[in-house]
Design a protein around this ligand. Structure first.
Ligand code: AHM
Ligand code: MG
Length: 310
């Protein structure tokens, strides 16, 4: 396990987080160096499709198995769902019996941006901890986070107490340490960067008109992995979107595994998140693999976007 395991000694995690929630992020952090080390040999397609109909890379499968084992072993996890799995794994508990109390339902995107495996660019793991059976709205999140496999492995964790960034490192003795490097992440007031997914001819006209304005004001930062691109926005301020497309009105990203956790993090950091009409956290899901357009960033930029799409 990790050096920082508040559940082990009964202590309270930074920010007063529930020890069960902290144990979930301990499990995610403990897995990260192993996932990272396994990537060089897993840059090929696995030959299978996921429930969203997308080709699964060998790295996706490996990360999914490792994280599934680690998260379902945590006391306080009642259910586990993954972008790569059709159905939920029952981890031994009825989720949602009391607000803000375990057992929790944990939703993950094991390797976000895995098409970047071949080109060796950033990727991540996205985690949402819900206190209601899934599918649920983002209002049922009690915490969310992501690991960013960049030049440095970092983990961003958000809960009621705020948003913090940690460096995750494998130590020589095989343990994994979490070192808080930012304990109160806030979006900077003056936004600097933007990143929009999808092909421009596939953008609806109203979004294109908004994008033309933003291109004049901010600098483009788009790397093809939501986690990497959102981390740019969290660091420098700005807006990330995977918009509704003419060919895909619900966009590409998945509500439970991607949009909700990212919206929760950005909102806790002082920003805003919308599907173009309502706050992402209020979007009512029909199924756990639902897709949703996602626009996140500084509040003023999201307000302008919503006005542009009205
Ligand atoms: P994935 O989880 O299957 O990798 O898909 C999600 C990724 C996001 O990280 C990224 O924002 C988007 O898909 C990129 O899509 P595209 O390749 O269409 O630009
Ligand atoms: Mg993804």
């Amino acid at each position: 396990m990790t050096d920082a395991d508040p559940a082990a000694d009964g202590g309270v995690a930074p920010g007063g987080t529930d020890p069960a929630v902290e144990a979930i992020f301990d499990a995610v952090a403990a897995t990260a160096p192993e996932i990272r080390a396994a990537l060089p040999g897993r840059r090929v397609e696995s030959g299978t499709d996921n429930p969203s109909g997308e080709s699964v890379m060998a790295g996706d499968l490996y990360a999914d198995e490792l994280l599934g084992d680690a998260i379902t072993a945590v006391d306080g996890v009642g259910s586990f769902v993954s972008e790569e799995r059709e159905t939920a794994v029952d981890a031994g508990g009825a989720v949602g019996e009391a607000d803000g109390e375990p057992p929790y339902a944990v939703a993950i995107d094991p390797l976000d941006g895995s098409s970047n495996l071949r080109s060796n660019n950033a990727m991540g793991t996205v985690v949402g901890v819900y206190d209601a059976p899934l599918p649920a709205t983002g209002r049922d999140l009690v915490a969310a986070g992501y690991v960013l496999y960049g030049p440095i492995t970092t983990m961003v964790v958000a809960d009621d107490a705020g948003v913090r960034e940690e460096v995750v490192e494998a130590d020589a003795d095989g343990s994994v340490s979490r070192t808080v490097v930012e304990d109160d992440l806030r979006l900077p007031d003056d936004p600097l960067v933007y990143g929009f997914g999808g092909r421009v001819p596939d953008w609806p006209d109203d979004f294109t008109a908004y994008a033309r304005e933003i291109e004049d004001e901010l600098k483009l930062r788009y790397g093809g992995a939501m986690v990497g691109d959102v981390n740019q926005v969290l660091t420098y301020g700005g807006i990330f979107a995977y918009p509704a497309l003419n060919s895909a009105p619900d966009g590409k990203l998945r509500l439970s595994f991607e949009a909700n956790p990212i919206a929760y993090i950005i909102e806790r950091a002082g920003g805003a998140a919308t599907d173009g009409e309502v706050d992402i956290l209020d979007v009512e899901p029909e199924g756990v693999h639902d897709r949703v357009p996602l626009y996140v960033g500084n509040e003023a930029l999201i307000e302008r976007l919503q006005a542009a799409l009205d």
